[in-house]
Write a protein that binds this ligand. Sequence first.
Ligand code: KG4
Ligand code: ZN
Length: 344
Amino acid sequence: QATETILGIETSCDETAAAIVVRDADGTGRIVSNVVRSQLDEHAAFGGVVPELAARAHVAWLDHIIAQATAEAGIALKDVDAVAATAGPGLIGGVLVGLTTAKALAAALGKPLVAVNHLEAHALTARLTNGVAFPYLMLLVSGGHSQFVLVCGVGDYERWGTTIDDALGEAFDKVAKLLSLGHPGGPEVEKAALKGDSRRFRFPRPLLHENRLDFSFSGLKTAVRLAAESIAPITDQDAWDIAAGFQRAVTDIIGTRTRQALERFSMEFPGQQARIVVAGGVAANKAIGAALREVTQAAGAELVIPPPALCTDNGAMVAWAGAERLALGDTDRLDFVARPRWPL
Ligand code: KG4
Ligand code: ZN
């Protein structure tokens, strides 16, 4: 196998991103350029991502972002060996912008297209950053997803648990909104929680008593809302205490479920080093990171948290998933249809 250079395109949410990644003959990868333009400012006034605005911003910016990615890599478009783009799941308008651009480039350059599942891209990132070997567990906690996935190989995934209502990042964002802490809410709730007393409010841990690896965050969010509404007027200290109580419930939930997932991993793969990789924007949360370190250490498992810029949405993860698929000869036809929903 030869060295291959892949262009990766990501437009499934509110990041317009493109990257050049090289996969060497020995299967290791390196990021040559990784350009991300966040649309935070476009959506800030609305307190969340507005799909139509997101799609229009991708149209306006994607060409420039791709040009910047190739320029920073010091290559021309004709030098890429394949074009990879997120083809779902995600906001369909944005996905169509990225996928259609990738198809046009692939057709014009005469190079293969790889239509990448966004979740697969998150799942394989730890192989790019840390060379993690199969099998391993992935905990994906982002604004759109909260799930445990067993990763056995490229294209070989088994979902062990998911959220039955809100995603964890979404819960952080809604709690931030309830407490008027700003958007995106995750980092704001984390900051507020540092100043709060996590024992003042005792919030529920929905579903945690059930013997399954699923999550539920909507009841927790409602409890937070009721607590906030029970105090009027609400002071800064009240908001900080509520944020701290919320975050403590979340770290309990994530810690417990991760311990259970690692137990299952050890039962299914006896004698095998247990490994878990974390992906998604919520992986940046330090309290959650500390809880994960504690349970993985106790279980003798290996914990891999890629750098924050590669945990959140980016083009390098899409390029890398494209590289892994290309190495297996697994490319897609130009009539590949974008998928708003696409479970692994
Ligand atoms: O992976 P991501 O950048 O985008 C997708 O959803 O795909 O994740 C964004 C989510 C947002 O909900 C944001 O509030 C949350 O990750 N987040 C955090 C933190 N930083 C970002 N949640 C908790 N603590 C953080 N420090
Ligand atoms: Zn994502």
